[in-house]
Design a protein around this ligand. Structure first.
Ligand code: CTP
Length: 399
């Protein structure tokens, strides 16, 4: 995907620097020639030897060392992409005001290549007006900002500020670099849903499920990288490529309305979301008090969005569903394929250890017309996404 592309990987000083090694490895695996540039504080977290071992050339840490007379212009001029992961508040500020005081920032200022930054910091810092303003400035200048995600932070805290997943960062790099290149989904309108919906019980509680949204986001990123015009309707707090139109939703009803507005015009719909099948009939407007006793919750069914799409589909439209099953996913996936009137169903066994809900990897069976059954994985969710879209492309070629 990145074969022959030159990528400068900037790493700045945050605990997420250890995950930058994984970003580096994934970039190399995708075929990129990776030049790591570490800030002075990054090396306090991870040493240059680690990056040198994984990357395509030795890691650099200074403006004043290395074979070239002018390393920052050499790196900046020949780069096809510069990605900074993690990007600290200091890096964002220095880049926004053009304060060229180390090799990484001088490289950022000396390049005309697209730039991706992946902020990582504590929630309080991320929410600071100064940081928000710097990020906004960079965005307006065309810098692609990936993440941060919500999750565990340094020092046992949790909240928004965790660096985006290495797989999502590399997917963003692929998407930025392939913008403008024709792909096998070039111009195809792809609608993807992702994440688990939340159904309010009262003002503070909700019914939810274990879906992380990673698989749906991977499908959206992969479709965008292959040239599709992607709309992602998501209930997950995860990054999405900048080229994707993103619609955030919370409940099954929100998702139903969002899909109803956009589904008709889509050429391909991939329903990867774990939409609640039931919701409380009436959510209490205030917080239910324990003193009032155990609430008598009455549930009602939600609309089956995928089945509705199957019923009213446009000729030529491809519909893909997902089936989270316990044990062998094939019978359940086959049954949903028929019942919901769709073209493909991606089934997985959610009871299998180490894959599926919340993980970066998945093992699936893709079932389709004429008894088609394709086993994929265990593999990165991006690889699963690729296999699903390959099946979609195959199907469209027969229509
Ligand atoms: N789906 C949907 N609308 C719903 C529920 C599910 O569009 N209200 C979609 C999901 O996005 C997914 C597929 O349908 O693509 C999953 O089917 P579903 O019937 O939810 O699976 P289960 O609830 O696991 O089915 P069952 O209870 O029949 O095993």
């Amino acid at each position: 995907m990145l074969h022959g592309r030159r990528v400068v990987l900037g790493v700045t000083g945050g605990i997420a620097a250890y995950k930058a090694v994984e970003v580096c490895r994934r970039l190399v695996d995708a075929g990129a020639f990776v030049s790591p540039v570490l800030s002075a504080t990054a090396v306090r977290f991870v040493g240059p030897a680690t990056f040198s071992a994984v990357a395509s050339e030795p890691a650099r840490t200074s403006l004043w060392e290395g074979p070239e007379a002018s390393p920052h212009t050499a790196l900046g001029q020949r780069a096809d992409l510069v990605v900074v992961a993690p990007a600290t508040a200091r890096l964002l500020a220095a880049y926004a005001i053009g304060m060229a005081d180390d090799l990484l920032i001088t490289t950022l200022l000396a390049t005309r290549a697209p730039v991706v930054v992946c902020p990582a910091m504590h929630t309080e810092m991320w929410e600071q007006a100064a940081v928000r303003a710097n990020v906004e400035t960079l965005r307006q200048r065309g810098v692609v900002v990936v993440g941060p995600d919500a999750g565990h932070l340094a020092g046992g805290d949790s909240g928004l500020g965790r660096m985006a997943d290495p797989a999502d960062i590399v997917a963003a790099c692929v998407s930025v670099l392939s913008a403008g290149e024709p792909g096998d989904l070039d111009g195809v309108r792809v609608l993807v849903t992702a994440g688990g919906t939340r159904e309010p019980l009262d003002a503070v509680r909700f019914l939810a499920n274990r879906s992380s949204g990673k698989q749906g986001h991977a499908v959206a990123a992969e479709a965008a990288a292959r040239g599709a015009r992607v709309t992602l309707i998501t209930a997950a707090d995860l990054a999405a490529p900048a080229s994707v139109e993103r619609v955030d939703v919370e409940t099954a009803a929100d998702m139903e309305h969002a899909v109803a507005r956009r589904g008709v015009s889509a050429d391909v719909v991939v329903m990867a979301a774990a939409v609640a099948d039931f919701r409380p009939k009436a959510a209490a407007p205030t917080k239910l008090r324990t003193a009032d006793g155990v609430p008598d919750v009455v549930l009602e069914p939600t609309t089956d969005i995928l089945a509705c799409l199957g019923e009213h589909r446009r000729p030529g439209q491809v519909l893909v569903g997902f089936a989270a099953e316990i044990g062998d996913p094939r019978p359940g996936a086959q049954e949903k394929l028929r019942r919901k009137g769709v073209d493909l169903v991606v089934g997985n066994d959610v009871s299998a250890p180490g894959v599926g809900f919340g993980h970066d990897t998945n093992t699936v069976v893709i079932v389709g017309p004429d008894g088609m059954e394709l086993n994929v994985g265990p593999a990165d969710k991006r690889v699963i996404a690729r296999a699903v879209l390959d099946a979609v492309v195959d199907l469209r070629s027969t229509m």
